[in-house]
Design a protein. Structure first.
Length: 211
């Protein structure tokens, strides 16, 4: 399915300034919906715009892995940000990247993000439950689901060494009705739930972020 159409940067809302970047794979790029207004970037900025003047940009690419994102960001231009939202990992799961390797790659990526953007918070989106993806047949569904759980088990303790990083687990039950027609990517309602949870975390943390 194509990436969502529409702007990938802008300024919206009223209130204190909030500088935001969303970085990731096809889910961050909005695959599964027609327009960015229905995707994570659009829905997240719409919620935050109620309380903030949000200056945002989206850097996402279908098929992106943690390693390929690190390579891509080698060419990015530095600028100060308040918040970075990461949506990566599913393609690392499907490529069966070993958990220790993934943690090292994530560590390098977080270091690069801190060098580039000096964000006050980096929010890492939890891996979705691949065991529930309608597209995947068994035993592939079980295999990828088990590997995604292994990656998370390794990553969460590692992130405790980085106090500015916040892991946001996927806590909602994955209803197939929330998925896009391809059975693999989020639909508009799934993006809405994701955006609502991420916005709640950012708003809750804002007194510390803005201090």
């Amino acid at each position: 399915m194509p990436e969502a159409a529409g702007p990938r940067a802008g300024t919206t809302g009223h209130g204190p300034p909030l500088r935001l970047a969303l970085i990731g794979d096809s889910s961050a790029a909005g695959v599964g919906v027609a327009d960015q207004s229905q995707a994570l970037a659009g829905q997240l900025t719409q919620i935050l715009a109620r309380d903030f003047t949000v200056t945002w940009h989206l850097d996402a690419l279908t098929g992106a892995t943690t390693a390929s994102t690190l390579v891509r960001l080698a060419q990015a231009q530095p600028k100060p940000l308040d918040v970075v939202v990461l949506a990566l990992g599913v393609n690392d799961v499907t490529r069966l990247v070993p958990a220790p390797v993934w943690c090292r790659q994530t560590d390098a990526l977080l270091t690069r993000l801190n060098t580039l953007y000096q964000p006050k918070r980096i929010y890492l989106s939890g891996l979705p439950p691949l065991r529930s993806f309608p597209l995947l047949p068994e035993p592939l569904r079980w295999t990828l689901g088990r590997h995604s759980e292994r990656l998370e088990r390794h990553l969460i303790p590692f992130l405790r060494t980085r106090p500015t990083c916040v892991y946001v687990p996927f806590d909602n039950k994955l209803d197939p009705a929330l998925m896009a027609s391809d059975g693999f990517h989020p639909g508009a309602d799934a993006y809405a739930l994701w955006a609502k949870e991420m916005a709640s975390r950012i708003i809750s943390d804002w007194p510390e972020i803005s201090a």
